[in-house]
Design a protein around this ligand. Sequence first.
Ligand code: FAD
Length: 310
Amino acid sequence: MDREFDAIVLGGGPAGLTAGIYLARARVRTLIVDTGTVGGQMVLSYAIANYPGAPDVTGRDLSRAMRRQAESFGCTVLPLADVTALELDGPVKAVEVADEGRFTARAVILAPGGVPRKLGIPSEAAFEGLGISYCATCDGDFFTGKDIVVIGGGNSALEEAVALTKYASSVTIVHEFDHFQAQPWAVAEAEHNPKIRFLMAQEVREFVGDGSLAEVVVASKHDGAITRIPASGAFLFIGYVPNTRFLEGVVDLTPRGEIVTDDALRTNLPGVLAAGDARAKRYRQITTAVADGTVAALETVAFLNAPPAA
Ligand SMILES: Cc1cc2nc3c(=O)[nH]c(=O)nc-3n(C[C@H](O)[C@H](O)[C@H](O)COP(=O)(O)OP(=O)(O)OC[C@H]3O[C@@H](n4cnc5c(N)ncnc54)[C@H](O)[C@@H]3O)c2cc1C
């Protein structure tokens, strides 16, 4: 495998794969390094209904297609990489990967995305994989004919709740507020689904079961009344946390850990750009990640083609 590239992209979600497509098509020798299986959060989504031109695509199929497209232009993709060291401040950037060695490039695009946020209550960890899930695509099928709970009130929660009714016999959506943050169409779709019921203004207190999940215990935020919801599954869609711990002290981050960029998606370090959910921005979707990947790649090409500073 080559060691020297023109650009290295850290993260193979929609932002990183799109950057790879644009870079490789511009004849920029590009390596995409992903600590996971490539595809990012797209593979967590059962069905993606809002990606233009592909109305019925699954997250897995879309991520496979993006990876194929990047590789078809000559991009090298390294999945399941254990990134052990990063040097981003000099003119030659270096990324060290366990068992693979050191890769260098003149430019780096940071596209590490995020991971689903957790509630953080002790019983949540105890039932992870034993009823608690963050991925409808991965685990929905296990709950065929069962009663489940979906926790959250944004677009992801409501869309995934509707998708999960293909398997579950009932879905109770538990939300912390009296109103949803989701778009009205997502709320209407869930409200019209006969398998879905809503429990609003609830705090999740505990997950209970003997070996596997049996009940979700919630308390009303109005009067503290406890409701015990019988459920063999609980799917949590309550936001995301940026994957940027490894960038602390390396590039400028916001207090929430998001990468700070300018309009051209440049970070504070020359030749280091950022794209996708991990950077500070308002809307996080596949389309916005793809747009970021495009901008970051085009800016990288401009950076690589610019005459060296005198
Ligand atoms: C359940 C769910 C459903 C969703 N449904 C939709 C939907 O229907 N439509 C829509 O538009 N959006 C949806 N989204 C949001 C969408 O998936 C994200 O906005 C999008 O995937 C962000 O892309 P990204 O490339 O920035 O990051 P990610 O998709 O998070 O990809 C980041 C990649 O970087 C890798 N990585 C992490 N750390 C490192 C590191 N240190 N070095 C190298 N690689 C690293 C990860 O393994 C991952 O593959 C959904 C999200 C979730 C969680």
